[in-house]
Design a protein around this ligand. Structure first.
Ligand code: DAT
Ligand code: MG
Length: 172
């Protein structure tokens, strides 16, 4: 079901220390992506090496792990239609210097090594990252009333016929 796609988002230590937690969460909240899980966590070196395993051969790997370990991280899971791709557009680009105003990197960061927020870069990595950061019991799936106003009926129907019925009764 397309609108039940999940992504992993983490506000990095510099985002937490710079008091940008609320500001960054606001982007995802206002966009309409549903909050499924969230926690403040001090990640260990081994845990972060696992998270960034795909980057282990890059020269910046050690400094990346050290930076991510330098303070707590706010980890969360968001759900919605194309949330992985749209989440990436909201963050863009990896290098803040190439990021346009209006994106989180474009508005709040200067250097690639201090870019305040991580978002999964594919559906496959989102699944891996969510499994790494959250136990199944830490994820809460629920029906958000706002979804009736964010999605058209056709998309809602993919998620639940009850919601679609509600929608069609409300808007003949
Ligand atoms: P993204 O976070 O956009 O998915 P990535 O997975 O390639 O990008 O890299 C993960 C993080 O590693 C990125 O947010 C910051 C750091 N990084 C990437 N390229 C870097 C570089 N050339 N120099 C220093 N840090 C870099
Ligand atoms: Mg990445």
């Amino acid at each position: 079901m397309a609108n039940s796609e999940h992504t992993f988002v983490a506000i990095k230590p510099d985002g937490v220390q710079r008091n940008l937690v609320g500001e960054t969460i606001k982007h995802f909240e206002q966009k309409g992506f549903c909050l499924i899980a969230m926690k403040l966590i001090q990640a260990s070196e081994d845990f972060l090496k696992e998270h960034y395993i795909d980057l282990k051969d890059h020269p910046f790997f050690a400094s990346l792990v050290k930076y991510m370990q330098s303070g707590p991280v706010v980890a969360m899971v968001r759900k919605g239609l194309n949330v992985v791709k749209t989440g990436q557009v909201m963050l863009r680009e990896t290098n803040s210097a190439d990021s346009k105003p209006g994106t989180i990197h474009g508005d709040f960061c200067i250097q690639v090594g201090r870019n305040i927020i991580h978002g999964s870069d594919s559906v496959e990595s989102a699944e891996k990252e969510i499994d790494l950061w959250f136990q199944p019991e830490e994820r809460v799936d629920y029906k958000s009333c706002a979804q009736n106003w964010i999605y058209e009926c056709q998309v809602m129907r993919e998620q639940t016929s009850v919601l679609c019925l509600f929608h069609s009764l409300s808007y003949p």
